[in-house]
Design a protein around this ligand. Structure first.
Ligand SMILES: Nc1ncnc2c1ncn2[C@@H]1O[C@H](COP(=O)(O)OP(=O)(O)OP(=O)(O)O)[C@@H](O)[C@H]1O
Length: 311
């Protein structure tokens, strides 16, 4: 079951086509990383899902209900954290949330309890400071609290971590991950490490279309190139070593040898089992008295997959 379906959606601004027949399905309960370079159309897609922009073609459904341009009813079950959230800096977090609750129609009795619960959930419990004194990370957490006031089934966050320092990012990602099971989260980013850390699905947007959409595990299996990384110490005779390894290429299991000279590193691509190939390499090194200081089975990174997909 998919909470979000974007079907063949195109969007142009004047003569500029940003989305070109975009199809996107977000499974209910997932944390979905929506990845794309600068200007790929991530914010535009999110605005279309929220009915803030009008599609030039195609339809969008949230929980089976069609999104309409303008004040779409589907927003009662969506929450949104924009890429640059704006706050009233003279207010405290509680005052700000109370204000947001009031304008979104939360009753006074419900509001108090809901704000207390939400502030606790985002780690701002009992915080009386004015927003003016908040760090960026605290502001993002307040932004999430605001987006969660209506108990959304779908939480949409636009590049929520890009302005945060590593510590703030870490805390924020933990917060998002802790919401799993409570709601579906769609978040856009170009920080692939963030997707790798907390998402179970990823969609890669490029040139107006979704180039790839699958679970991270599946993606890694599809793009996995079996590789071993070897590192030698500085005293190793790298030229002799490279020659030796290239000679090994004649062996069936080794298909590519790539030496990174300045770093004394060699990447071996192979097509048989890991144990067999590592064994073959070690035997050869032993015979030639050239032991590496490290031998590591490499796992494909999302970054390398992304670069391959958008080539
Ligand atoms: N209202 C608008 N009028 C004209 N062009 C627009 C409008 N909104 C977005 N665009 C253009 O559409 C393209 C996609 O923008 P969008 O903000 O959706 O990309 P993005 O993937 O979110 O990028 P970033 O990662 O840089 O935020 C850009 O070229 C942008 O200039």
């Amino acid at each position: 079951m998919n909470i979000l379906e974007v079907n063949n959606v195109s969007k142009s601004f004047g003569s500029k086509e940003v989305l070109d027949g975009l199809d996107l399905s977000v499974p209910t309960g997932s944390i979905f990383g929506f990845v794309g370079g600068n200007g790929a159309g991530k914010t535009t897609t999110m605005k279309l899902i929220l009915g803030l922009e009008e599609t030039s073609k195609g339809d969008i459904f949230v929980s089976g209900e069609k999104v309409t341009f303008g004040n779409t009813k589907t927003n009662r079950i969506t929450g949104y954290l924009s890429d640059v959230p704006e706050f009233y800096n003279y207010m405290s977090a509680e005052e700000y949330l109370s204000f947001c609750g009031e304008i979104t129609g939360l009753t006074k009795e419900n509001r108090k309890q809901k704000i207390k619960e939400t502030m606790a959930l985002v780690g701002l419990e009992g915080n009386k400071k004015r927003i003016k004194g908040f760090s960026r990370g605290m502001k993002q957490r307040l932004g999430i609290a605001q987006a969660m006031l209506n108990d959304p089934e779908l939480l949409i966050c636009d590049e929520p971590t890009s302005a945060l320092d590593p510590e703030g990012r870490n805390e924020f990602l933990e917060l998002l991950a802790s919401l799993k099971g409570k709601m579906t989260i769609l978040f856009s980013t170009h920080i692939l490490g963030d997707v790798e850390r907390i998402c179970d699905y990823v969609g890669i947007l490029h040139e107006g279309k979704l180039k790839v959409s699958s679970s991270i595990e599946e993606l890694k299996q599809i793009y996995a190139k079996p590789q071993i990384e070897l590192v030698f110490d500085e005293t190793a005779d790298f030229t002799a070593l490279a020659a030796e390894l290239h000679a090994l290429k004649k062996q069936e299991s080794i298909t590519e040898v790539e030496s990174v000279k300045g770093r004394n590193q060699v990447i071996i691509t192979y097509n048989k089992g890991y144990a067999e190939t590592a064994g073959l390499l070690l035997e050869n090194f032993k015979a030639n008295k050239m032991m590496p200081v490290s031998l590591r089975k490499m796992n494909p990174s999302l970054e390398s997959i992304f670069l391959e997909v958008i080539q």
